[in-house]
Design a binder for this molecule. Structure first.
Ligand SMILES: Cc1cc2nc3c(=O)[nH]c(=O)nc-3n(C[C@H](O)[C@H](O)[C@H](O)COP(=O)(O)OP(=O)(O)OC[C@H]3O[C@@H](n4cnc5c(N)ncnc54)[C@H](O)[C@@H]3O)c2cc1C
Length: 553
């Protein structure tokens, strides 16, 4: 009998090894939030995942920067709408709040200071917010806010499925999800235009619209759908993550590795490898690796123009990419201070006295020298461990034009610094020069040299001509086996939408591999799309090596 069980055990072991060998493979180019969330979902769902990252750390624009004992977020500081990441974590059997240390910033969520006079402390307590609007701007605007909240609650509910589902072409406009939202969308109206009906105080319109800057766009150009951005802040709150938002990507990377994903740092992808129209792998320095699926998370326009030969692209050729609209860029100061600012809020925004002119200048590639808008994060009021004891970090972001030949940043960045430090006094930071002990300046040219097309940090603009199926599609339309995640694909830039892109693209990858994973009760398919028939399993792709050195990932 013993021999019988031994043989059975050995057969089982062989079966497991074979299953492991037969795992389908995916390569992810870039370890930004989109790439890492995809790695976590795919590895959990039974895919052998390799993430290839050029930098020495994970996180991309969402990573921590350590300097002189201070820790800064390189990019994102506002964490919105945690619902998407909560669901993604639930799908892989984890709890996002526990793992990511999310801290709600309830009152104030942020302070908005108007160059035109006055300020408002924004809060996710809707009654309190209504009262604050009444105090600043009177009854009509307070009632307008209540109406705005109701309208946008409906708008979000109706548009959710459109944001959570991939778009493949204009015929999708006849889908249930699109028809549901059509009634409330006004494609002819901008965010700024739409807000006029509820608010007659320009400052409140500004308070409900400056959030389009998260997409790198002016509210005068952003489609009216995006009035939901401010609503999301009031309805779902704003969060900080203990240790900085960059710690979120580090934690997701850790979980992906626990599920078996391999992350290779300091490894730039040199190009995607094609066989005809099919992407079969990536070329690295002296090595080629192959996989069943390739997911690109690197900045879209940069990746296309550097990793994919021009002749492989028609819709997204170099010439067409040049003509696309791109978001604004940012001028950054990361300041290590030898004091704390305990009386000032975590987030503060200063809106230029002439806000509209400031926005027009950004769009028209002119640098604003007169009273520019800016944002300052004083994270140590919430998270003192980001700086040595008694000290603090200040993160200053100034929205500026993306790279343009008329602005040579190396010539002006120091002069601009002086102007920005003067502006900081308008947010209560009036002694900054005396207390800086560590400093880093980042300009659009620096963003441009860190693999971001034109330094447009919020990616392709989000106008109607570059949204839905007109944005690079999640299952990329110009090559087989290639998928896009991150700010350059649907639904767009910003952490919640980037995580959504990871979820959409991962569902497509898994379905295309014939896998039907168990996501702990979270749906692994789309509400109103037919699910492809699931094959039993997918075979390892033993693609031939084109560069001698190659192996199967
Ligand atoms: C200053 C700033 C402030 C922002 N603030 C917010 C905010 O408050 N809230 C919010 O929600 N969003 C914010 N964003 C927007 C957005 O959330 C982040 O930019 C986000 O990090 C973009 O994620 P991604 O997945 O598109 O990839 P990225 O973060 O761009 O990562 C892409 C990765 O690909 C790698 N890569 C590139 N080329 C190669 C190659 N050839 N080979 C291998 N790897 C490569 C890069 O090194 C990088 O690690 C901000 C962005 C910036 C820049």
């Amino acid at each position: 009998m013993v021999w019988y069980y031994t043989v059975l055990y050995m057969l089982r072991q062989i079966k497991h090894t074979m299953q492991d060998l037969e795992k389908p493979t995916a390569i992810i180019v870039g370890a930004g939030p989109g790439g890492l969330a995809s790695a976590m979902l795919l590895a959990y769902s039974g895919v052998d995942v390799t993430v290839i990252e050029k930098a020495e750390k994970v996180g991309g624009r969402t990573r921590l920067v350590h300097k002189d004992g201070y820790t800064y977020d390189r990019g994102p500081t506002f964490f919105h709408y945690p619902e998407v990441i909560e669901e993604i974590f639930r799908a892989v059997g984890r709890d996002a709040h526990k793992e990511l240390g999310l801290i709600p910033l309830e009152d104030p969520s942020y302070r908005l200071v108007f160059g035109a006079g006055g300020h408002i402390n924004a809060t996710s307590n809707l009654d309190l917010m209504t009262e604050r609007i009444r105090e600043l701007s009177g009854d009509k605007n307070a009632r307008g806010f209540e109406k705005y909240v109701k309208e946008n609650r409906t708008k979000l509910n109706r548009s959710k499925a459109c944001l959570q589902t991939p778009w493949t072409g204009p015929s999708n406009l006849l889908s249930k999800r699109a028809l549901r939202v059509a009634k409330i969308l006004k494609p002819w109206s901008s965010v700024a235009g739409d807000l006029r009906k509820n608010f007659d105080d320009e400052r409140i319109r500004l308070a409900m619209s400056f959030q389009t800057k998260y997409l790198g766009m002016s509210p005068f150009h952003a489609p009216s759908l995006f009035t939901i951005l401010a609503f999301l802040e009031y309805e779902h709150g704003i969060f900080h993550a203990k240790g900085g938002l960059g710690s979120i990507t580090e934690k997701i990377a850790g979980i992906a590795e626990e599920f078996g994903a391999k992350i290779r740092l300091n490894t730039p992808v040199k190009q995607l490898i094609y066989q005809g129209k099919e992407v079969v792998g990536v070329e690295l320095e002296g090595e080629t690796i192959y996989a069943d699926k390739v997911v690109v998370n690197a900045d879209f326009a940069h990746a296309m123009t550097t990793l994919v030969p021009d002749e492989k692209r028609k819709k997204w050729s170099n010439k067409k990419l040049e003509k696309k609209g791109y978001s604004c860029s940012t001028y950054m100061l990361y300041l290590g201070m030898d004091r704390t600012y305990d009386d000032l809020p975590h987030h503060q925004i200063y809106a230029s006295k002439n806000y509209e002119k400031n926005l027009e200048e950004i769009t028209n590639h002119k640098l604003t020298w007169e009273d520019p808008s800016l944002y300052v994060q004083n994270a140590c009021v919430t998270d003192p461990e980001l700086a040595p004891e008694g000290c603090s970090t200040l993160y200053v972001l100034v929205p500026v034009p993306n790279q343009h030949e008329s602005i040579v940043w190396d010539d002006i960045k120091d002069e601009y610094r002086e102007l920005i430090i003067d502006q900081m006094a308008k947010l209560g930071f009036d002694d900054v020069r005396d207390h800086i002990v560590s400093e880093t300046i980042v300009t659009p040219d620096d963003w441009g040299s860190s693999d971001i097309y034109r330094g447009a940090v919020f990616n392709l603009a989000h106008n109607l001509g570059q949204m839905l199926w007109r944005r690079p599609q999640n299952r990329f339309e110009e090559a087989k086996n290639l998928y896009i995640v991150g700010g350059g694909t649907h639904p767009g830039s910003g952490l919640p939408t980037i995580f959504e892109s990871a979820r959409i693209s991962s569902k497509l990858v898994l379905a295309d591999l014939g896998l039907d994973p168990d996501w702990n009760g979270v749906s692994n398919w789309f509400e109103d799309m037919k699910k492809p028939k699931v094959k039993n399993s997918s075979k390892v792709s033993m693609k031939p090596s084109v560069a001698g050195e190659g192996h199967v990932a």
